[in-house]
Design a protein around this ligand. Structure first.
Ligand code: HEC
Ligand code: HEC
Length: 289
């Protein structure tokens, strides 16, 4: 990996908005001769995209609007979101953070066959899966303006990605499951490491205009039982790499599983269409139903 790339990756992790040009200026130049033309590691790294580089004009307007929707979903799309969440609450920093299911390369990962739906899902189908489950809401029409904007934004994030399927940091990499998660210890981890933001009742904090400050982890305004985050292995992986906020990787795998078992199993909205999931009988081991 070249030194300039290391710098770019650090910027991505720190989430700062330093323009790429500024970063590379502070890095000692790497002799061209030592750089193979296509270095596999760098070609595969999650791209760093600066929203300031979104082009002007109608195409750029759609990309910008898609990003705004990702950041402020429940307020911008009240007819399609039934809870208090925004896409960015799980797809951190508007879908740009490694190990928080980033959207770079999704245009290459879809369409694909998915066991949960038992069919080939395209990108709008996949996004609608999150609208119906993670957002406890309603699917958008595929050709609607907001769906087209989300796809335009994901397409922009995917620019320059050679192979979306093997990109570093995609998904939420699963961690080792303990023999049995300890819910009582999960409660203790929650009290110690999560309540400062998500609150003791797990209902999070909303601002005066109902903007999500800290998202709820259970209850009416949380994701429903059909959501990926309601599944133990997924919740444990997300927490392990991303929580407490800005301290990803600090919990042990056991602690991540224990606290995930604690919050993911608490009361939350039902998912009316859950009987349609995994139509071929190949449920994952952590399916909720
Ligand atoms: C409560 C958390 C949560 C929220 C909120 C959420 N998602 Fe997701 N999303 C997930 C999980 C979990 C996955 C699957 C990740 C995995 O299994 O590795 C996922 C996967 C996806 C994927 C596929 C990613 C890939 O690489 O295959 C897309 C696209 C997506 N979500 C879009 C959205 C959009 C658009 C919104 C807002 C309307 C949204 N999500 C809101 C949790 C969430
Ligand atoms: C410093 C504040 C803070 C702490 C501490 C914290 N979180 Fe979060 N958490 C957040 C924020 C903020 C988000 C949404 C991220 C965003 O929008 O950028 C979030 C998102 C989440 C989500 C996905 C969205 C949702 O509501 O379902 C889960 C799950 C989660 N946190 C679990 C935990 C767990 C478990 C702990 C303790 C181990 C924890 N968090 C500790 C601030 C925090």
């Amino acid at each position: 990996m070249s030194r300039s790339l290391v710098a770019l990756v650090l910027v991505a992790c720190g989430g700062q908005t330093v323009p790429v040009a500024d970063v590379t200026e502070h890095v000692a130049p790497v002799p061209q001769a030592s750089e193979p033309a296509d270095e596999p590691a760098s070609a595969n790294a999650l791209p760093v995209r600066d929203p300031a580089d979104i082009p002007a004009g109608p195409e750029g307007d759609a990309i910008r609007r898609g990003r705004e929707i990702a950041l402020d979903t429940h307020r911008l799309l009240p007819d399609n979101v039934g809870n208090g969440l925004n896409c960015t609450n799980c797809h951190l920093k508007a879908g740009t953070v490694a190990k928080a299911a980033p959207w770079a390369g999704v245009t290459d990962r879809y369409p694909k066959f998915r066991k949960r739906s038992g069919k080939i899902d395209d990108l709008p189908d996949r996004m609608n899966g999150c609208f119906e489950r993670s957002m406890n809401g309603k699917a958008l029409e595929k050709d609607s303006e907001p769906m087209q904007a989300l796809v335009a934004y994901a397409t922009w994030l995917s620019e320059g990605v050679a192979d979306g399927k093997t990109l570093e940091g995609i998904g939420m990499p699963r961690i080792e499951a303990p023999a049995a998660p300890d819910i009582e210890n999960g409660r203790a981890v929650f009290e110690q490491k999560c309540v400062a933001c998500h609150q003791g009742d797990g209902q999070g904090v909303f601002g005066p205009d109902d903007q999500t400050m800290f998202p709820p982890l259970w209850g009416d305004r949380s994701f429903n039982v059909g959501a990926g985050m309601a599944r133990l292995d997924t919740a444990a992986a997300f927490v392990k790499w991303n929580m407490p906020l800005n301290q990803g990787g600090t919990l042990t795998d056991q602690e991540a599983y224990d606290v995930a078992a604690y919050f993911s199993t608490r009361e939350r909205p039902d998912f009316a269409k859950k009987h349609l999931d995994w139509p071929n009988g190949d449920k994952p081991r952590d399916a909720r139903y």
